[in-house]
Ligand binder design. Structure first.
Ligand code: SR1
Ligand code: MG
Length: 407
């Protein structure tokens, strides 16, 4: 096999491919085995291990359709986007992304570090683990990859070149459909709503004119506000963690969009972990998540302001008051996206295990706390200025649910 024509590989073929194309990365006399370990919605992840030295690498291959459903036809060029972005992010946020070694535009594969000493954060949080460095690391990652790719920092023509290079229409279309459109009207009839909340969702989400109007506004902001190079899918399934390390993976949805898209995804996914810990009565873990949520938002704001003062030289951006205006816009978008992500993972096609692992009334309650919070984040998004503002909403919605249901 020459691997000079694209096809999607099985484990044996991936092992052969690794030996033939990337044999130089292993010791002489290596004998590689391969296991497909992907559990995401889109790609194939092959772990290639040398049985002699135990050294391993990851080969990520993108297929022509999504794993979750072949309704989604996708250009395998997303692999190039991912490779180039990981390279760029390593320069902007050193140590916070996996190292990438090669990209093969024929087989649509990227070769990168095996992070098997880390764990996917969603899974780790569902096992009630805590990560003391997380808020520091993720706020560093966001400030550095986001502020430093805006045109308040970059030379304007250079920034426009980057916008062109990372135009990502198919993956953006998935987000436009799955995050911004379908959860609010089910117009493609592929939402998947938990039975005990179906009537509630119809009344409070599908039939809410104010919510439909505000989410339409947010959708066109997402499509038209080329503010910074966003990761585009920064949920806890895109973050690897261990006690002293955080690595952000999977930037294939990246494009120039609103900064709040990334920050809001992080906040919403901490809230999913929070309702999960609450459902299991793991109150200490729940408290750690509350502190982490507040700290993540507040550190983001604090570091963003400091990085702004260090890096911004653009003449208009230096106008007194502009930094505060800009940050307020980011917080408003963050609140909107927090609400959108909470809705879409509960109502839409692509769910999260924090919620789907819960059963019966426990799941119904967790979903309702998320959804009532989501509505507030979206409708009142101008009011969110700091971490505590975000936390107060979920706590208020939890209390209201308890009152209304005589708990
Ligand atoms: C068809 S892809 C569904 C979801 O999986 C990805 O991780 C993104 O979050 C996308 O929305
Ligand atoms: Mg992904």
């Amino acid at each position: 096999m020459k691997f000079d024509t694209y096809f999607t590989m099985n484990e044996d073929q991936a092992a052969q491919y690794a030996s033939q194309k990337f044999g130089h990365m292993f010791e002489p006399g290596h004998r590689v085995t391969c296991k497909e370990i992907g559990d995401g919605n889109l790609n194939y992840i092959f772990r290639i291990t040398d049985e002699v030295s135990s050294f391993s690498i990851i080969i990520k291959q993108s297929g022509p359709v999504a794993r979750i459903s072949d309704e989604f036809k996708l250009s395998p060029d997303r692999n190039r986007i991912e490779y180039e972005i990981l390279k760029l992010e390593e320069t902007l946020a050193p140590g916070l992304v996996p190292k990438v070694y090669a990209y093969d535009p024929i087989m649509n594969c990227t070769v990168m570090d095996d992070l098997s000493d880390h764990q996917i954060m969603r899974k780790a949080l569902m096992e009630f683990k805590t990560f003391p460095k997380f808020a520091h690391d993720i706020s560093d990652f966001m400030v550095n990859t986001l502020l430093l790719t805006t045109d308040v920092v970059l030379e304007h023509k250079h920034k426009k070149e980057l916008v062109k290079n990372f135009i990502n229409p198919q993956l953006c279309e998935i987000t436009e459909d799955l995050v911004y459109t379908e959860p609010f009207n089910d117009y493609k009839q592929r939402n998947d709503v938990f039975e005990l909340n179906r009537a509630w969702v119809k009344e409070h989400i599908y039939d809410s004119r104010p919510l439909n109007l505000e989410t339409a506004k947010l959708k066109f902001e997402f499509m038209n506000h080329a503010q910074a190079l966003v990761h585009g899918d920064l949920h806890t399934g895109s973050i690897f963690v261990k006690e002293d390390s955080t690595k952000v993976i999977d930037p294939e949805f990246a494009f120039f969009g609103p900064i709040g898209y990334d920050v809001g995804n992080v906040v919403a996914n901490l809230i999913f972990a929070w309702v999960h810990s609450d459902a299991h009565q793991r109150l200490e873990h729940k408290k750690w998540l509350e502190d982490t949520l507040v700290e993540t938002v507040d550190l983001f704001i604090e570091k963003f302001q400091k990085a702004w003062d260090r890096n911004v030289s653009e003449v208009s951006a230096k106008t007194p008051g502009f930094k505060e205006y800009y940050l307020q816009m980011i917080m408003r978008d963050t609140a909107g996206v927090t609400g959108l992500e909470l809705c879409r993972r509960i109502i839409g096609l692509a769910h999260v295990k924090d919620i789907t692992s819960l059963k019966g009334k426990v799941r119904m309650r967790a979903e309702r706390i998320c959804l009532t919070s989501a509505i507030r984040y979206i409708l009142d998004r101008e009011k969110y200025m700091c971490g505590t503002d975000f936390l107060e909403t979920v706590i208020a919605c939890e209390s209201e649910f308890a009152r209304e249901n005589d708990e």
